[in-house]
Every structure is written in C-alpha cells, then in structure tokens.
Design a protein around this ligand. Structure first.
Ligand code: ATP
Length: 199
C-alpha cells in the first residue's frame, strides 16, 4: 500500500485544484518558506478524518477553506481527495485503488466519500484503522511532534502503540458494546419493575 495521489481544491493556500503524485518510497515536497508544504501535510491529515482544528494549525475547522488574497476572493468550500494504491490488499476493501475524499462547506456541512460513494466519517476511520493510519494520526509526525512523543507518559505511549498496531479500533468497539449493554441492563431493570407493579 502506498499513497498515490493527493488533490487539493480550495484547501488553505491551494485555491485552484492542485494534484501531487507520489511514487512508492520516499517522496519530498520542497519549496520556499510559506509556499504551502505544511498545508499539504495538513491536507493528508484532514482527508484521513482529522477533527481537531488545532492539529491543522487553525482556530476553527473553517480555517482550512481558502480565505482569499488581495486579488482572489475567498472560496465557499475545501475539498481534498487522496488516492491510495491498495494492490496488496492492506485496506479491507475489494478495490486495488481507493480514493477517499472530504469536503467542507463554509455554510457548515461536510461530506466524506470512498471511491465516489458518500460515506460517514466512521467508515473512513474504520477503513484506515488496520493500517495504523488511524484517528490519532501517529503516521504524521509534524514539527514538534517528536518531542511530544519522547515526553509522553507511559499511558500515552501505550495508546500510540495500540493505534499503530490497530488495537484501538477493537477497544472502541468494546467500549461501544459495553455502553449498549449498560443501557440494555437499565431497560431490563425498568421492565422487571413494571412487571412487578402489574402483578
Ligand atoms: P515553512 O517552510 O515556513 O514551514 P510552508 O511551506 O510549510 O512554510 P505553510 O505553513 O504550509 O508553508 O503555508 C503557509 C501559507 O498558507 C501562509 O501564506 C498562509 O497565509 C497560507 N494559508 C493558510 N491557511 C490559508 C487559508 N485558509 N487561505 C489562504 N491561505 C492560507
């Protein structure tokens, strides 16, 4: 599995559609200060489902939408698509090429898609979780992130490893199942109270 292509439209400084094509192995993005290199990395995190605006170096999520310049008006939506080569079947989906897309409208709405079909954020998170490219984004090591990892508490370090190993997905499913079980127990208790009253 490797990243094949990233297309940004209206995302941060990329007002017009811009496509980066990657090859297997190491790829470098070079450019002068402020030319948008970190915005490319932000776009990768964003399309994979990042929900924290601060992680994307913004105050609110709408900050990812092109805000306009002196000679170009602001745009109403940001769109990023990431194509992943899945010929080794690392992603649990029967396509050799998978494109995940995310769109955010300035009016507030947001959309996700896998190979052009609308999906929920959860579907994208689940698709990526077994690859280690999960919700906590430990595959993206931004500036200053290495320090944070080195200074992490043992619990935090454990969650990094769990995410990379794909354990976190099962932990979340377990938590969800336990919550359901708890509410079912509540319902059963209410039912037995009602039965007792009716007797
Ligand atoms: P450096 O090498 O200094 O780290 P860089 O190439 O990583 O720089 P970025 O931080 O990716 O640069 O890009 C910064 C530029 O993106 C700034 O000029 C900033 O104004 C612009 N920018 C960020 N968000 C938006 C937005 N929503 N709309 C328009 N431009 C934006």
């Amino acid at each position: 599995m490797h990243l094949k292509q990233l297309t940004l439209r209206g995302f941060k400084s990329f007002a017009t559609a811009t496509t980066l094509t990657f090859e297997p192995g190491i790829n470098c993005v070079v450019g002068p200060n402020g030319s948008g290199k970190s915005n490319v990395v932000d776009a990768l995190a964003w399309v994979m489902g990042e929900q924290v605006a601060k992680t994307l170096r913004g105050g609110s999520m709408a900050d990812v939408i092109f805000a306009g310049t002196a000679n170009r008006p602001a745009l109403g939506r940001a769109e990023v698509s990431l194509t992943i080569d899945n010929s080794d079947g690392a992603l649990p989906i029967s396509y050799t090429e998978v494109t995940i897309s995310r769109t955010l409208f300035r009016s507030g709405g947001s959309e996700y898609a896998i190979n052009g079909s609308p999906v929920r954020l959860l579907d994208i998170q689940e698709l990526l979780s077994d690859t280690g490219m999960g919700r906590e984004m430990h595959v993206i090591v931004g500036q200053g992130r290495l320090d944070a990892v080195l200074q992490a508490t043992p619990e935090e370090r454990r969650s990094f490893i769990e995410e990379a190993a794909g354990v976190l997905k099962h932990r979340r499913r377990k938590e969800k199942a336990l919550r359901k079980l708890e509410s079912m127990t509540g319902n059963l208790n209410r039912l037995s109270d009602l039965t007792a009253e009716l007797r």
